[in-house]
Design a protein around this ligand. Sequence first.
Ligand SMILES: Cc1cc2nc3c(=O)[nH]c(=O)nc-3n(C[C@H](O)[C@H](O)[C@H](O)COP(=O)(O)OP(=O)(O)OC[C@H]3O[C@@H](n4cnc5c(N)ncnc54)[C@H](O)[C@@H]3O)c2cc1C
Length: 275
Amino acid sequence: MIPVAFDYQRADSAEAALAALAEHGDEAKLLAGGHSLLPMMKLRLAYPTVLVDIGRLNDLSYVRDGGDHVAIGALTRHRDIEIDPMIAEHAPLLARATANVGDPQVRHRGTLGGSLAHADAAADHPSALLALGGSVVVRSADAERVIDAGDLFTGFLESALEPTEMITEIRIPKHTGAGWSFQKFNRRAQDWAIVGVSAQQVNGHAQVALVNMHPTPVRATAVEEALANGASAADAAALAAEGMEPSSDLNASVEYRQHLARVLVGRALTDAGIA
Ligand SMILES: Cc1cc2nc3c(=O)[nH]c(=O)nc-3n(C[C@H](O)[C@H](O)[C@H](O)COP(=O)(O)OP(=O)(O)OC[C@H]3O[C@@H](n4cnc5c(N)ncnc54)[C@H](O)[C@@H]3O)c2cc1C
């Protein structure tokens, strides 16, 4: 389908983009890689009247050492994350999750900020951010704040971002040398996950997040609590579908997703050396 008509503005700085958002409010949408927004517009599930193109803001594409964390610019493309040595050393889970996103074309266009702002429970990055305990730096024209991963995803394709706000940076705590795992079950290598799991050891405990098992990206709290109370990996993994409300679609029934979650969490915990 053809999108509803819109005005196009190319921002030449973050400030210009934020000024445009302040002016147009929820009539406007930021355009980063366009790999989620444009399909939504073609389906007329999104119909902004103003598109603010931030895709050329190269100063928001970087990976930097932030001391206790790795700082990643919101416009950093998936491919640049996949191959970055600092991310490989301190947050290999993020690199692996990114390497599993779509195909090379998608990974050369899509951005980390766009993926997190889109807040899709079926996407791989939100689960990695949750398991890694990351956060996002968010700016509006007159303020800046930091949102922890656990507070970012608020509903189906909904985030805690205001219409006037933009993610500028993603912060990932360093988990150097700690056990981790990313598991993704799909039909073909480039497909979205039918179910996926991110698992990370953090100071001796496990943080586990699920892909496509709930209307929002979500932590597997029943699994984490069982492990914290001394359960074996197998017993904890059996709780992977507790509290989840997965959908049924052409790829999988609810019951099949529940089964996959249990199997994949079990594999992830073993792979990460947890319990
Ligand atoms: C064929 C195909 C296969 C894919 N497969 C996968 C997959 O397997 N796994 C997966 O995780 N993803 C997959 N994706 C999605 C891909 O990762 C997208 O690139 C990503 O979800 C969105 O990033 P983007 O930069 O393209 O964002 P855009 O589409 O430009 O924007 C998405 C949303 O975020 C907002 N936005 C963008 N940047 C910012 C910002 N800095 N601050 C605030 N809001 C912002 C936009 O306004 C829009 O609402 C696939 C996409 C396609 C087209």
